[in-house]
Design a binder for this molecule. Structure first.
Ligand code: GAR
Length: 191
């Protein structure tokens, strides 16, 4: 059975594009939805151009996090995903939402977890004087940027790096790592 993948974004969606492009041929999954919590996020047009259904559930239209997540869950269910990939999705999800998708949801985080959960990961790696930095793909659990790690990729931090330069170097690795991990994760789900 071919698995269905929903990808959640908040911005430009460069990881989403790599995931969508990877799901062809003998890949065990296909994209079924790209959903943004921000109206007009750049990634929505890219998904559209790739022929993937898109949706927006704008968190700012909801009074509470729970109300937003209820609408998010309802929209996701319409597309019947087997797997959800968070790809630059910048909303914290509550335990209630996560429990509905636990074991079926991946996230990409721009640090070598467990280091630097949360935001500003690149600057924090520079400030700490780290020589290695990178990205992680993990299963999403109720704790922020936690959960079983499915893959990591490293880059060297250079003396003259700014956060932006370092972020771009990490992003190159993200684009390779996420499709590799999704393929493994989907194959494991297929059993
Ligand atoms: C990526 O670097 C991703 O790792 C990061 O946001 C960026 C999204 O870029 N995610 C997080 O910081 C999650 N806490 P993209 O929209 O071009 O894929």
């Amino acid at each position: 059975m071919t698995l269905r993948v929903a990808i959640l974004i908040s911005g430009g969606g460069s990881n989403m594009v790599k995931l969508v492009e990877s799901m062809s041929g003998d890949h065990p999954a296909r994209p079924c939805l790209v959903l943004s919590n921000i109206a007009g996020a750049g990634g929505l047009d890219k998904a559209d151009a790739l022929g993937v259904e898109t949706a927006t559930v704008a968190h700012k239209n909801f009074a509470t996090r729970e109300a937003f997540e209820e609408a998010l869950h309802a929209r996701l269910e319409q597309s019947r995903p087997d797997i959800i990939c968070l790809a630059g999705f910048m909303r914290i999800l509550t335990a209630g939402f996560v429990s509905k998708w636990e074991g079926r949801m991946l996230n990409i985080h721009p640090s070598l977890l467990p280091k630097y959960q949360g935001l500003n990961t690149h600057q924090r790696a520079i400030d700490a004087g780290d020589s290695l930095h990178g990205c992680s793909i993990h299963e999403v659990t109720a704790l922020l940027d936690d959960g079983p790690i499915w893959g990591q990729a490293t880059v060297r931090v250079q003396k003259e790096d700014t956060a932006e330069v370092l972020a771009n170097r990490v992003l190159v690795q993200e684009h390779k790592l996420y499709p590799e991990v999704l393929r493994k994760f989907a194959a494991a789900q297929q059993g």
